[in-house]
Design a protein around this ligand. Sequence first.
Ligand code: DI6
Ligand code: FE
Length: 404
Amino acid sequence: MWDRLLTDCHVATMVARPGDPLGIVRNAAIGIDGGRIVRVGSRTELAGFQAKEVTALGGAWVTPGLVDCHTHLVFAGTRANEHAMRRAGATYQQIAEAGGGIVSTVAATRAAKPDALVDQSRRRLHALMKGGVTTVEIKSGYGLDTATELKMLEAARALGEGEKVRIVPTLLAAHALPADARDDQAREAFLKMICEEMIPAAAKAKLATSVDAFCETIAFTREEVERVFTSARANGFPVRLHAEQLSNQHGAALAASYKALSADHLEHLDQLGARAMAATGTVAVLLPGAFYALNEQKKPPVDLLRKEGVAIAIATDCNPGTSPLLSPQLAMNMACTLFGLTPEEALMGMTVNAARALGLAHEVGTLAPGKAADLAVWRIEELAELGYWVGLSPERRMYAGLDS
Ligand code: DI6
Ligand code: FE
């Protein structure tokens, strides 16, 4: 006898079939046992099975729990002042050069006690969970010293321990140069510290599952990113990269040459970069929240990604500077309205393709036998409503087969 049977629902399994990219099963039922999906099929197919608990969902739609595959949600303080500066015309670069930007969150995060850091971040995590998120990637990158980078990763882990959610921690030490590391010698010392101290320490403490970096004129060069990736590889980490956000640094191609799980942002991606990503299965993670908050004009080349066959994921990029976004639904909606994705592509972007971007496609992002019973139940008439409503929340959210 199974633990649970969900009946009277329509399911988007997200297991693609010819002519049916979302793997839809109407009038369906879902069997759950031991926190995992054991079977998805039509109600009649599953009619003979028994479960300890049977829940009729009244014709609702079920999707995999949403996967937010790019966030910076652990940090202290806010940067609401930058919102005002930006509205008065300041650019991301100008704010960074004026001592704002990432380094101001670094000061607040270094100063925060571990418990305070967890408490502040938990509010944001709850908002994403309320939106149906069951898996969330969280990056470090506001420490920029070994102790604080590890403190952030520990905070991410602590958040996961107390909540019905899967946390996927990423070391993003090469996020910005610390305020006191602007000359060549200090820059070199910082990179050495990332490669020889932070990455090995995160590996030893098993506090991260991948290594990320920011390749940009205001951050790190390709050569520097390559050093970070070399150390990541030596320490057993897969990599991902903030690439082509504000300019074309050819970071996506570099990331692909290291078989990166994902390259993220990509507004300035060119054809060579897209081809390189397609060849290695590197997922394109698009972040409409940052595009929106920065009032960017150049959109990521969605047609090119489609043409080259690069899988597209969508994430909130939740962070205090460029994407104070706490709604996965709004991320999906903006991916449609701002970037021209179809509602189907947006849903794939926060389920199956986001799971791939995290290297977790075997666990989450689809509803199929053996996968985690992480799912969201939506009171909607048709599935396209998921990329349509602004501010819709699921009626129910289940994590490992349990209501939460
Ligand atoms: N790109 C972004 O949009 C965020 N990080 C990054 O590398 C910005 C993070 C911040 O401004 O705090
Ligand atoms: Fe980011």
